[in-house]
Design a protein around this ligand. Structure first.
Ligand SMILES: [Zn+2]
Length: 279
């Protein structure tokens, strides 16, 4: 096992059986899961929608105020009736309450290279916060998956060299395209989250591990750009940590994937990692 473990991709939304559950209860469950599995820090990502089952960034920030093991990334609401107000988003970033921006192309019916996003990328560059992007298969049938294709990330990586982008879910199932975008662009990162829902069945686990190993071979130095993330509560934490162990990373790569790259990208206080174990 690596020295520390940071999960760069978790949610406090309600799915299926948890409908209507208050955010504080989801935080309690997240914290106890982190304790149980040994996750030192988690990056909590808010939704592109706000409703009874999807708390706003403001609510999540307030609920997590006393939780030093959590970092908040704000999901952008870019289409539809209630859009994110960029002035207040910028304030939350300036004040250090939000440490990154998450975009949901496909779900929110825009492509990641849509020119309207320039203002968003300028804020990310100004405060040096990463932009996380949902790439690949969408959990919703009403999303447009073409708009979430990982190859489109190359466009913005080239146009905004000062911004660091994170492709979530490695562009699943377009792993090869995602690998090329990572290999080509130093300012693009990826997380390995959400590659299955719930428990891995044995065959699928083998398939995903095989595809990821292909990518690792293709990219040359994956430790620098790939980060550990689960997509909890959509997946179970324990089998996901197990997947990390099956990817044949070298010891040095594993430390980078497990926590070092995340510390740099999200400016997480390295000295705080692991202190909860002795507290
Ligand atoms: Zn997610």
């Amino acid at each position: 096992m690596p020295q520390f473990l940071i999960d760069v991709h978790v949610h406090l939304n309600n799915y299926h059986d948890t409908t209507g559950r208050p955010t504080v209860e989801n935080v309690r469950e997240l914290t106890s899961k982190m304790d149980e599995i040994g996750i030192d820090h988690a990056v909590v990502i808010t939704s592109y929608k706000v409703d009874m089952n999807r708390p706003s960034a403001e609510e999540v920030i307030e609920t997590l105020a006393e939780h030093p093991r959590m970092t908040v990334v704000e999901g952008l609401r870019w289409r539809g009736e209630f859009r994110t107000d960029l002035f207040s988003l910028e304030e939350r970033i300036r004040d250090g309450l939000v440490k990154g921006i998450k975009l949901y192309p496909g779900y929110d019916h825009y492509a990641i290279n849509d020119p309207s996003l320039e203002t968003v990328f300028r804020i990310a560059a100004k405060y040096d916060v990463p932009v996380m992007i949902h790439t690949g298969d969408t959990y919703s049938k009403t999303a447009k998956v073409r708009m979430a294709h990982p190859l489109l990330v190359d466009d913005i990586a080239v146009d905004y060299p000062d911004v660091r982008f994170v492709m979530c879910h490695l562009g699943n199932p377009w792993f090869q395209d995602a690998a090329e975008v990572l290999y080509k662009n130093d300012n693009v990162y990826a997380d390995i989250s959400g590659l299955t829902l719930g428990e891995f069945t044995y065959d699928f686990e083998k398939y995903v591990a095989m595809r990821l190993k292909d990518m690792i071979t293709y990219m040359g130095d994956p430790g620098r750009q790939i980060m550990y993330g689960s997509d909890w509560p959509l997946v179970h934490m324990k089998p996901y940590v197990k997947l990390l162990g099956e990817l044949d990373f070298t010891e040095e790569q594993l430390e980078n994937v497990a926590w070092k790259t995340a510390v740099r990208l999200f400016k997480i206080d390295e000295a705080s990692l692991g202190t909860w174990r002795t507290a």
